[in-house]
Design a protein around this ligand. Structure first.
Ligand SMILES: C[S@@+](CC[C@H](N)C(=O)[O-])C[C@H]1O[C@@H](n2cnc3c(N)ncnc32)[C@H](O)[C@@H]1O
Length: 368
């Protein structure tokens, strides 16, 4: 079978056998993307009721893997009654969302990006829809953004609306995710303090790049595996091929001889960018996957030993998407840029699972 373009039928059939009341809760996912966060809830037994996003490319992967409708809607404009109607009746209503992280991330470097206001729309929808449980995920810098005023206002709104709130900065390897990503995870509940997701790993057993992608077939830069269209890597120019051959695991362009160093890194302004053009190390977690992880020059995204950047499949596995998670219909052209964006933007599925497990335990603690 071709990997990664076919629907996950088996789990869908199993789920169809359950009646609505047997699910621990129904989940509506704002900013759903390709469905990384939702899929974590699905695996943990929740019913994903709908996902919303403004990017039409999310429709296929979201619907195909989560057995739930995708709504092409702007969170800034959606009507609360329309959203409310999506939850299943009679079971806890869980509203989850990971608003675009770019306005809060260090890469925006203080540039004003109006999308931070989407978090205010998230608050508005919570007040109007009144879900039983809320989960919000974003980059850690969110809680410092604008002297913490945006995050503080979000929490204040929740508390003023009778929610108990807990949050933490979650380090992904602590949840068995092979990636040194940190994320702010906030949970809110109407029933009592929800707690935060319990860790499952520590530094003695963090998952590694080798365990995650070490068994994939070798491919050249610009090549693809004939059995798995997603195991495809970007082409490299002759100069970049020379550069990756000179690159070290965990290193950067600083390992190269002078003739390989690009003009921009020779300038005083470029010298600070030391975490680009490196290879991953086999025996460590990978660096944080971004929307551009498939480009050698965009981070430490070189394969540990093959002379290429990691493939889309490798990025998806590092984001803990199951191997059969379909991103495009079978036979469709694989667009590196749009699929890379869906994968890099996702909440790692296993972080979604950890959030879902905490919510499930919390619902049990409160007999819901
Ligand atoms: C960080 S990603 C979410 C990833 C997703 N939760 C997952 O796990 O795969 C943010 C998403 O917000 C979407 N987005 C941006 N502006 C939006 C808006 N105004 N309304 C709805 N979605 C929006 C983007 O298209 C992107 O897919």
């Amino acid at each position: 079978m071709t990997i990664g373009t076919a629907p996950t039928v088996e789990s869908g059939e199993r789920e169809a056998a359950l009646t609505d009341s047997q699910f621990p809760g129904s989940v509506v996912d704002l900013f759903c993307g390709a469905g990384g966060l939702s899929h974590g809830f699905k695996i943990e037994g929740f019913k994903v009721a709908a996902g919303l996003d403004i990017d039409e490319k999310c429709r296929f992967p979201f619907e195909c893997n989560n057995d739930a409708p995708f709504l092409l809607e702007d969170v800034g404009e959606i009507d609360a009654a329309e959203l409310s109607a999506r939850f299943l009746p009679g079971i806890p209503r869980i509203l989850v969302g990971c608003a675009p992280c770019q306005p809060f991330s260090k890469y925006s470097q203080g540039r004003e990006d109006g999308r931070w206001q989407l978090l205010e729309h998230f608050s508005r929808l919570i007040c109007e829809v009144k879900p039983d449980i809320v989960s919000m995920e974003n980059v850690p810098r969110l809680h410092k953004f604008r002297n913490s005023s945006v995050f503080d206002a979000f929490i204040r709104t929740l508390r003023n609306n009778d929610y108990f709130v807990d949050w933490k900065i979650a380090y992904c390897p602590d949840y068995g995710i092979p990636q040194s990503r940190s994320r702010l995870v906030l949970l809110a509940s109407r029933y009592g303090p929800p707690g935060v997701p319990e860790t499952t790993h520590d530094q003695d057993n963090y998952p590694t790049v080798r365990e995650t992608i070490g068994d994939l077939p070798a491919i050249p830069a610009g090549g693809a595996d004939s059995d798995d269209p997603l195991h495809r890597s970007s082409a490299l120019s002759p100069a970049n091929l020379d550069r990756i051959r000179a690159s070290q695991p965990g290193g950067s362009w600083r390992d190269w001889s002078d003739d390989l160093v690009t003009a921009c890194h020779k300038k005083p302004t470029g010298k600070g960018y030391s975490s680009v053009y490196g290879r991953m190390g086999w025996d460590d977690p990978a660096p944080t996957m971004t929307t551009q992880f498939f480009g050698f020059g965009n981070g430490r995204f070189g394969h540990p030993e093959q002379d290429r950047a990691i493939s889309l499949r490798e990025g998806a596995l590092i984001q803990t998407f199951p191997r059969d998670y379909a991103f495009v219909p079978e036979g469709n052209r694989i667009e590196m840029k749009s699929i890379g964006r869906l994968i890099g933007n996702a909440v790692p599925v296993d972080l979604g699972r950890a959030i879902a497990r905490r919510i499930r335990a919390h619902l049990d603690e409160h007999n819901q």
